[in-house]
Design a binder for this molecule. Structure first.
Ligand code: GDP
Length: 333
């Protein structure tokens, strides 16, 4: 019998890529979703094959009883918890929902595995995040970097991260956290800066609204290609022992780099920068037209640190490395 994997958050960027990967590997894939019809439509728009290869099930993953029943009856080989309120910016406005989905759901799943006496059978992957780390530790961050989240999103992911370690130590669960740095694709949510830039640059070049308006242009992120990261998730559950792993490219770029590269790629436009902070502007070097401006509205508080990951452990233990460079990522989006 082929292996059975449960994926929470199957309609997300990562969920859909992971489902594709697992199906290619011969798994049966059971995806948990909130709304069957919407989820089918969303997945169909992503996948190049019929959605009916995936078993979709409407489940309230915040409900411990439903989760318990599901794990008891399906007895999966692997569970990947990718469901999340995934925006650090939104978490400030919705801290309760963020903690419930991001921390209580993984707890419910691990409890369900323990209560069903499946600790020796079912392996659990938790999608953790670079946002768990303190900004005082310096860069790059690795698995030993002290935790010190700065927003409810990071705090919820840090709680889940600690619970994974605790279930591993106390209950012998094969539970691993992947500390995922920003990873993008054309399936990324529209609220993220990479998608915002992609769409806004396309519109500006087509005669739409211009300039493209962004927040902190000097913010730096370690951006990778999403399919590389779901491959890392799978590798983490095939390892000899359950452990936590950083998945990152090891190189940070600024938002300024990203918008500049996107203009060059999409419109062969080279930008020249003038001014600083909220006064900074990007001009088309050949026409002098203002293409990028800054709006205070998109700035975030508490953002001095450089989020860049050291993934040596994933390389040494799992043989994982990113395969797509920053410039290739711009092209793929
Ligand atoms: P995050 O790393 O999960 O918060 O992903 P985002 O894509 O939302 O943000 C990445 C970085 O881009 C953060 O440092 C933001 O402060 C910065 N940024 C600058 N301008 C914008 C903007 O207009 N929208 C968003 N979402 N982020 C912006």
């Amino acid at each position: 019998m082929s292996r059975l994997a449960i994926i929470t958050g199957i309609t997300s960027q990562d969920g859909s890529y992971l489902a594709q990967l697992l199906l290619q590997k011969g798994y049966r894939v059971h995806g948990l979703c909130r709304d069957m019809e919407k989820s089918r439509a969303r997945l169909a728009s992503f996948l190049g094959f019929p959605v009916d290869k995936i078993t979709l099930q409407e489940t309230d993953i915040t409900d411990a009883n439903q989760m318990g029943e599901l794990i008891r009856s399906l007895r999966p080989d692997e569970v990947y918890n990718l469901a999340a309120q995934s925006s650090p910016a939104r978490s400030v406005q919705n801290p309760r929902e963020t903690v419930l989905v991001n921390a209580i759901c993984p707890l419910n799943i691990m409890e369900a595995i323990r209560e069903a006496a499946l600790a020796g059978t079912t392996r659990f992957f938790q999608a953790s995040s670079a946002e768990i780390f303190t900004d005082r530790a310096g860069a790059p961050q690795n698995e030993q970097t002290p935790l010190g989240p700065r927003n409810p999103y990071g705090a919820s992911k840090a709680l889940a991260h600690c619970l994974v370690g605790s279930y591993r130590a106390s209950h012998g669960l094969f539970a691993s956290s992947g500390i995922l740095y920003n990873h993008e694709s054309d399936r990324r949510g529209k609220q993220f800066v990479t998608m915002k830039i992609r769409d806004a640059v396309a519109e500006a070049l087509a005669g739409g609204p211009c300039p493209v308006t962004l927040g902190n242009l000097s913010a730096r992120r370690d951006w990778g290609w999403a399919p590389d990261y779901v491959h890392g998730m799978w590798l983490a559950l095939q390892a000899k022992s359950p452990e936590d792993f950083v998945f990152a490219t090891g190189t940070a770029h600024t938002v300024r780099d990203f918008v500049e590269a996107m203009f060059r790629r999409m419109g062969n436009v080279t930008l020249r920068w003038e001014g600083r902070g909220v006064e900074e502007k990007g001009y088309d070097t050949s026409t002098g037209k203002m293409m990028v401006a800054v709006n205070q509205e998109f700035f975030r508080p508490a953002e001095e640190c450089v989020m860049v990951g050291d993934c040596s452990k994933a390389l040494q233990t799992l043989g994982w490395r990113h395969t797509v460079s920053f410039d290739e990522l711009i092209g793929l989006m």
